[in-house]
Structure formats: structure tokens, C-alpha cells
Design a protein around this ligand. Structure first.
Ligand SMILES: NC(=O)c1ccc[n+]([C@@H]2O[C@H](COP(=O)([O-])OP(=O)(O)OC[C@H]3O[C@@H](n4cnc5c(N)ncnc54)[C@H](O)[C@@H]3O)[C@@H](O)[C@H]2O)c1
Length: 330
């Protein structure tokens, strides 16, 4: 029996593949490489000694998805594949709804046809919109501020409806907070195509001199230093969270977990930690707030600890050091 990892050559997917292979799990990867590179499969092999079967395929191509299920004995899917840039989703909503939602519908219909009923889905803290309080618990009100977030919210609803209609399905919705950091080998990390949307790959490119400076969007938020506060989690802790989530699949229905550390760090905290740990300078400028951004967002991750026995263990210094190690290796 194999686990299918959609988006498995991407940032979080690749680290999760390493975690699962090291735990002895057989894997199959499907990715269309729109935001990752085929050489990631080589790196996964280097790190684990095992080369997962790789299909360069698009979830929008239902025949290609069918082929993956026909050729492999898949009992569980971890579904990372999707477009994830908030700003781009505002400019290209149709592309985001089509890619993320139609891609998921194709995946689900092939899963059901092939008697595969276990799914772990990459959701996001963005489904909490502008939370009224922090830390955020799983039962908080859900709302979104951009099309990317809405694709996550709609997919969560589709999965809930599916589980009501068909009690063979077990679904885990993992709401990630802000993954940063990289594998300690320097072989895997966050290497998006084009200008990065997220903070850390932007910081590392500024550190390397590829980008001139970092824009800090707003310094007048109601936070200790005025810059936005987020819950940064090491990508390796996130990867182990997926392995822990397998436990929840043994019970039918939908299970929802926040994956975060429960600690909030500001943008200036990240810049300062990165400079101190890596002994580099990050020139930055204060820029206008971005529409839709919120002051503070961090998790109450106690449900995952209590029910899955999972807890993030890596420090902010580890996150900064590993991210820079990866960027220097590129
Ligand atoms: N990185 C974050 O900050 C973050 C936070 C919360 C949730 N998430 C979600 O986690 C998942 C993984 O994120 P990531 O940071 O690893 O992103 P990523 O872009 O590195 O990985 C996503 C992968 O999916 C592939 N892909 C996209 N559309 C596809 C399609 N139609 N068919 C096949 N492959 C396709 C891309 O080529 C890429 O390799 C995404 O669903 C994302 O929305 C990410």
C-alpha cells in the first residue's frame, strides 16, 4: 500500500516525503512542477536512499490522475498540490478557483473510484480570516479575506460534505500557520519560482543580494513593535505533524488540527533573529500595510498535542539558520 503525495516536490510536500520514507512508508508523488523542480526527487532519494515513484502530472488532467491510481495501490492521499500566493489569487481568482478546487474534485472522484478513502489536506490559518482573539482555536469562526483563502475554505466544506455523504471517508484538515526553515542538509527548502510571496524566502534572497531590500508591510499595527505577528513553524515540525495525523485517519469523518507553535513573532523579530544567527544584514524599508493583512495570528495547537501526541519542537534560531543554509546552497 502506498501514500500518494500531491504537490510532493513542493516546499512542505518534499520535507513530508522525507519524513514518511524514513518512517518506512512507500510513496508516490504527483506534481505538475508549476512551482517546484524535478530535481527535488533526486534530493529526496539522496536523503533517504529510496526514490519515490514520480508522476509529472496535473490534477486538472483527470486521465493523468486516473493513471496514477490505476498503476499504484494507493490507500491514503496527502494533498498539498495547489496555488498559494495570496496577492496573485486576488489578480487571478479564476485560475485559483480552477486549479485548487477543480484539482481537488478530480482527485476526490478518482480516490472514490479506486476505493481510497483516507485524505490529509493542507489547509491554512487563512481560513480564520481576521480572528477576534488570539491564540486561535479550531472551533473559531471561519471567514476569508482573499480568493486563495476562499479556495481553502471551500475545499474544507467540500470535504465535510463528502464525509457526511459517504461514511467510508476519513479526512484530516491540517491548518498550517507560517512554515519556514529548511532541511538541515541544505538540499530541501522553500525555493518558489519568481518573486517570493512569503517572508522567509524573501529574507534569504535579500541576504544573498538577489533582492535589494525587504519591504515590511506596516509598522503601526497594535503589536509590541508595530509589525505583524505570526506563528512561524519549522517545516520539519510540520512534516512530522503529517505523520502524526495518520493516527486520526483511523476514525471515520473529518478531524481538524491547527499546526503551529503557539508563539507569535513579529517581522522585526524575524529580521533580528536572522541577522544574529547568520551574521548577515537584512536591509529593510517600512511600506504601506497590505490590504487583508492582520495584526496578529498565532495558534492554540493544544488539540494536536492532546489528540495526536504532536508538538513543534524546533526554535526560531533553527528556522533562521536552516533557511539561510538552504539559500546559500542554491
Ligand atoms: N507555505 C505556506 O506558507 C503555506 C501555509 C498554509 C498552507 N499552505 C498550503 O500547503 C500546500 C503546500 O504548500 P507549499 O508551501 O509546499 O507550496 P509549493 O508551491 O511549494 O508546493 C505546492 C506544489 O503543488 C504543485 N501544484 C500546484 N498546482 C498543481 C496541480 N494542478 N497539479 C499538480 N501539482 C500542482 C506545485 O508545482 C508545487 O510543487 C499548499 O496547498 C498551500 O496552499 C502553505
Amino acid at each position: 500500500m502506498a501514500v500518494l503525495v500531491t504537490g510532493g516536490t513542493g516546499y512542505i510536500g518534499s520535507h513530508t516525503c522525507v519524513e514518511f520514507i524514513q518512517k518506512g512508508q512507500e510513496l508516490v508523488i504527483l506534481d505538475n512542477l508549476c512551482n517546484s523542480k524535478a530535481e527535488v526527487v533526486d534530493h529526496i532519494e539522496t536523503l533517504t536512499g529510496i526514490r519515490p515513484r514520480f508522476y509529472k502530472a496535473d490534477l486538472l488532467d483527470i486521465d493523468a490522475v486516473k493513471k496514477v491510481f490505476d498503476e499504484n495501490d494507493i490507500d491514503t492521499v496527502i494533498h498539498f498540490a495547489g496555488l498559494k500566493a495570496v496577492g496573485e489569487s486576488v489578480a487571478k481568482p479564476l485560475e485559483y478557483y480552477t486549479n485548487n478546487i477543480v484539482g481537488t474534485l478530480n482527485l476526490l472522484s478518482e480516490m472514490r473510484k479506486h476505493n481510497c478513502f483516507n485524505l490529509i489536506f493542507s489547509s491554512s490559518a487563512t481560513v480564520y480570516g481576521k480572528p477576534k482573539t488570539v491564540p486561535i482555536k479550531e472551533d473559531f469562526e471561519l471567514t476569508t479575506t482573499n480568493p486563495y483563502g476562499t479556495t481553502k475554505l471551500y475545499i474544507e466544506q467540500i470535504l465535510k460534505d463528502l464525509c457526511v455523504s459517504d461514511n467510508r471517508f476519513s479526512v484530516v484538515l491540517l491548518r498550517y500557520f507560517n512554515p519556514i526553515g529548511a532541511h538541515e542538509s541544505g538540499l530541501l527548502g522553500d525555493n518558489p519560482n519568481g518573486i517570493p510571496n512569503n517572508l522567509m524566502p524573501y529574507v534569504t534572497r535579500v541576504a544573498k543580494g538577489i533582492l535589494p531590500h525587504l519591504n515590511v508591510f506596516g509598522n503601526d499595527y497594535d503589536t509590541p513593535d508595530g509589525t505583524g505577528v505570526r506563528d512561524y513553524i519549522h517545516v520539519l515540525d510540520l512534516a512530522s505533524g503529517h505523520y502524526a495525523a495518520l493516527k486520526a485517519l483511523s476514525e471515520r469523518g473529518v478531524h481538524i488540527y491547527n499546526l503551529g507553535t503557539g508563539n507569535g513573532y513579529s517581522v522585526l523579530d524575524i529580521i533580528n533573529a536572522f541577522e544574529r544567527v547568520n551574521d548577515v544584514k537584512i536591509p529593510y524599508q517600512i511600506a504601506e500595510r497590505r490590504p487583508g493583512d492582520i495584526a496578529e495570528c498565532y495558534a492554540d495547537a493544544s488539540k494536536a498535542e492532546f489528540e495526536l501526541g504532536w508538538k513543534a519542537i524546533r526554535s526560531l534560531d533553527d528556522m533562521c539558520a536552516s533557511a539561510w543554509n538552504f539559500e546559500k546552497n542554491l
